[in-house]
Design a protein around this ligand. Structure first.
Ligand SMILES: NC(=O)c1ccc[n+]([C@@H]2O[C@H](COP(=O)([O-])OP(=O)(O)OC[C@H]3O[C@@H](n4cnc5c(N)ncnc54)[C@H](OP(=O)(O)O)[C@@H]3O)[C@@H](O)[C@H]2O)c1
Length: 377
């Protein structure tokens, strides 16, 4: 194929320089079960930011242009632990963008692939910050009638993660959930799922306006970690819901330990007798994000039966039987514009994604400031 395919790439050199640029990339020939998508909408999620800018100090980022006049952003990854943490990607130009949506413009020879020509599809598989993307059929989801690429752009990562939390809760024998950074795009989806499915949910946020946002959406239990009564409020909400499993997007500082401590205190409110070992109820925190990169602090005031572990969507999907995964995907498609709707504060082009002032906004990962890239602009 001779199409020019501009792709956004992130490179960390051995010298510690991060370089984010737009690169002309050849398109591979289409396999029988593959489609060529014109990418029209792809979100900037926290995980994309992790690959895009990695551990570079973006406060010192510089803008320039390459020989073709395209924007380039450079910054430095600090020496020491940060450089060691990125050792596995040194000198590799990495394509970015976990998921996105667009129009199928060409297809491989199989009838299933041909049937998608002209259709709007969402896709997952990386390298979506590209004008064009060849994707296997298995990684595509045909958008329900009338849905736009923007509406379908985020239909894999956050929806399946939110549904995966509820599945994990049930699978591990819990009956209610705790969620942190709960005013996030994903948190709002989880709130809608739990309201619809009757799953008690304790939302933890860090600002009063985030609490108001979730309450306006119908959330029953919202605890603000900036409030002086936070630990009391959290214990009350845990006692009211019986939640013994939490999904923590923050992953640094004292919060994971505070959740376990409040779970134990809530359980012990109904204890019949004192036990040296604490309650016999298992309390679990799954850290599924890295919004705070500090170490996790655990002050051991939560008895002996507890766990803190990592949680990631793709291993969860791999461990889940195909019928369940299909049921979750079908639900996302059916409720794409309601339960799983995503809000974007701005739509930008690939080149605008490399504007320093723009990076300063979307790089904050703040509530309600998710950006969408439209590479076809
Ligand atoms: N493990 C997985 O498989 C998986 C899959 C999908 C998503 N995720 C994770 O899910 C999380 C939410 O994603 P999203 O796309 O929904 O995010 P988003 O819409 O961009 O929202 C990010 C939220 O995090 C809050 N936040 C940022 N830094 C924080 C900090 N240091 N402490 C507390 N809150 C902080 C922001 O609140 P402020 O406005 O107060 O900054 C905002 O509400 C991310 O951590 C992402 O990496 C993980």
């Amino acid at each position: 194929m001779t199409r020019t395919n501009l792709q956004l790439r992130s490179l960390i050199k051995k010298s510690g320089e991060l370089e984010v640029s737009l690169v002309d990339t050849p398109l591979p020939a289409l396999g029988a079960d593959e489609v060529l998508i014109r990418v029209e909408a792809t979100p900037i999620n926290p995980s994309d930011l992790g690959l895009l800018f990695s551990l570079a100090d973006m406060s010192g980022a510089q803008a320039s242009v390459d020989a073709a006049g395209r924007p380039v952003v450079t910054a430095r990854v600090p020496e020491g632990p940060a450089m060691r943490a990125v050792a596995g990607r040194i000198d590799q130009s990495m394509p970015v963008g976990n998921e996105g949506a667009g129009t199928v413009v060409e297809a491989g020879s199989s009838p299933a692939a041909q049937a998608l020509v002209g259709k709007k599809v969402a896709a997952i598989g990386g390298a979506m910050y590209s004008q064009w993307r060849v994707v296997p059929l298995a990684q595509c989801l045909v958008l329900p009638g009338g849905a736009t690429a923007a509406q379908g752009a985020s239909c894999f990562v956050n929806p399946l993660t939110a549904l995966g939390m509820v599945e994990t809760m049930r699978r591990e024998g819990h009956t209610a959930l705790v969620h942190t950074a709960a005013a996030s795009n994903l948190g709002q989806m989880l709130n809608r799922i739990c309201l619809k499915d009757g799953v008690p949910l304790v939302n933890i946020v860090r600002k009063p306006e985030q609490a108001e946002l979730l309450k306006a959406m119908g959330a029953q239990h919202v605890c603000d970690s900036s409030s002086p009564t936070f630990l009391q409020d959290l214990t009350d909400a845990l006692a009211a819901t019986g939640a013994t499993i939490a999904f923590d997007a923050i992953g640094g500082g004292p919060l994971a330990g505070q959740i376990l401590g409040c779970m134990e205190a809530a359980i012990n409110r109904s204890a019949k007798a004192y036990s040296l070992y604490g309650s016999m109820t298992h309390k679990q925190v799954y850290v599924y994000g890295s919004l705070d990169r500090r170490p996790i602090e655990l002050v051991r005031n939560f008895g002996s039966i507890w766990g803190v572990g990592g949680w990631l969507l793709f291993p969860f999907l791999q461990k889940t039987d195909p019928a369940t995964v299909q049921r979750l995907k079908d639900r996302v498609a059916a409720e794409l514009t309601t339960t799983f709707a995503s809000h974007y504060s701005k739509v930008i082009s690939l080149a605008e994604a490399l504007d320093l002032a723009t990076i300063g906004v979307y790089g904050q990962r703040s509530t309600g400031t998710k950006f969408l890239i439209d590479p076809s602009r």
